[in-house]
Design a protein around this ligand. Structure first.
Ligand code: UGA
Length: 411
């Protein structure tokens, strides 16, 4: 098939490459010329395990442009542009721009919206642009995006016309997973409900972690393991830590709460999940303070990991970045290390150090992202106090002092 992909961010690029790998001809559009130039040369524009190989393997089936003119003979066009939350509401500027551009050059293709949008959006856009829109939310995670796209748990396709739904189903037939075909509104809500549920699951275990910290003998990881073996609960997204971040959970939970309010409904569980997540930062600040003799000012703190999760360079909505900002505000002397992620402002402030230097010059180390590289830190951090917010340290040797989240702090 000739498939257009408008928006080559994380989801867009991975979707494009996985579909190219299935033998489709992909027409990729992004308004960022630098991105188009880099991708054309086989250079990935983001960090994602396996992406460079996939790009170079499929480069002949991946045509790129900044103009939607390239899409004139596409059969299916995926719209995968950002839908930020502004003033607690979803902003459709980029989708509107994309659809306007696309409709100038192609009026026949099936338009598929993959961007996350609140229920009713596809209908609104269909009326505005006089086209049929198929909703096809995505459920991939950064860091495992290629595998998630190739082997999802399910495909959700929403729309009003059987033929277009069937056509989109055929694009994803290679996955061989269950397909839910429904209307646009259900498809749109399935996405929000799924993300909000996963975020709530994490906040839930983080509250249990808080309780474990008061109970001698309790350890949240063991409690989560015992819970997760019940298949009705399942082990996924039960890892206690610094809380959830990223470009999806924070914006999607806020958007759905505010959308519900517009419809005179209160989503109290999701609201509580957001609050619990915000409190993770202050709890970690308190823990750090306690281990630094009651004050943060002038104390040297090393932060390991700034991306919002492991295996990505994405720092959007990162809890680690929020923690660093709070520590700096309290006057702590912060050094930062991340295996791949970087933030220009921190570079300018000279906060970046190598892992060894970051550890050496710190009175206290905080592991803030679950990078595997940090699991053997005991070998290079002998004698150091470490707050392991992500519970990644493998062995607890006598040479380090790990301060766990979710178990009584007896040090
Ligand atoms: C999330 C969803 O998991 C995807 O299904 C969805 O497609 C995506 O949002 C999206 O809407 O685009 P993502 O944000 O890439 O994916 O990453 P996750 O693996 O879900 O992690 C989100 C945050 O939760 C991270 O900060 C991670 O550290 C944290 N987390 C995750 C925990 O604290 N504990 C866990 O057990 C799992």
């Amino acid at each position: 098939m000739k498939i257009g992909v408008v928006g080559l961010g994380h989801v867009g690029l991975v979707t494009a490459l996985v579909l190219a790998d299935q033998g489709n001809m992909i027409l990729g559009i992004d308004k960022d010329k630098k991105k188009i130039d880099m991708l054309s040369k086989g250079r990935p524009t983001l960090y994602e395990p396996g992406i460079e190989d996939l790009l170079n393997k499929n480069i002949k089936r991946f045509r790129l442009s900044i103009s939607c003119e390239l899409l004139s003979d596409a059969e299916v066009i995926f719209i995968i542009v950002p839908t930020p939350t502004i003033n607690k509401s979803i902003d459709l500027t980029y989708i509107n721009e994309a659809l306007e551009e696309v409709s100038r050059f192609n009026k026949k293709a099936i338009i598929v919206v993959k961007s996350t949008v609140v229920p009713g959006t596809a209908k609104l856009l269909s009326e505005r642009f006089g086209i049929k829109i198929v909703s096809n939310p995505e459920f991939t995670r950064e860091g495992t995006a290629i595998e998630d796209t190739k082997h999802p748990d399910r495909i959700v396709i929403g729309g009003t016309d059987k033929n277009t739904l069937d056509m989109v189903e055929s694009v994803w037939a290679f996955t061989g997973v269950p397909v839910i075909k429904t209307n646009n509104e259900n498809a749109e809500l399935i996405k929000y409900a799924s993300n909000a549920f996963l975020a709530t699951k994490i906040s839930f275990i983080n509250e249990i972690a808080n309780l474990c910290e008061k109970l001698p003998g309790c350890d949240v990881d063991v409690v989560a393991e015992g819970m997760g073996l019940d298949h009705r609960i399942a082990a996924y997204f039960l890892k206690a830590g610094l809380g959830w971040g990223g470009s999806c959970f924070p914006k999607d939970t806020i958007a759905i709460v505010s959308f519900a309010r517009d419809h005179k409904e209160k989503l109290s569980i999701i609201e509580a999940a957001i609050k619990v997540n915000q409190e993770r930062i202050e709890r970690t600040m308190e823990l750090a303070k306690r281990h630094l003799g009651g004050k943060l000012k002038g104390r040297r703190i090393g932060i390991l990991g700034i991306s919002f999760k492991n295996d990505t360079d994405d720092v959007r909505g990162s809890q680690s970045v929020k923690l660093i900002e709070r520590l700096v505000k309290e006057g702590a002397e912060v050094s930062v290390y991340d295996p791949v992620a970087k933030l220009e402002t921190y570079e300018k402030q000279g906060l970046y150090k190598s892992q060894e230097e970051c550890i050496k010059r710190s009175d206290l180390i905080i592991i803030a992202t679950e990078w595997r590289d940090f699991s053997d830190i005991d070998k290079i951090a002998k004698g150091k106090k470490i707050i392991d917010t992500r519970r990644v340290i493998n062995s607890v040797s006598n040479d380090i002092v790990p301060i766990g989240i979710g178990r009584l702090d007896e040090s």
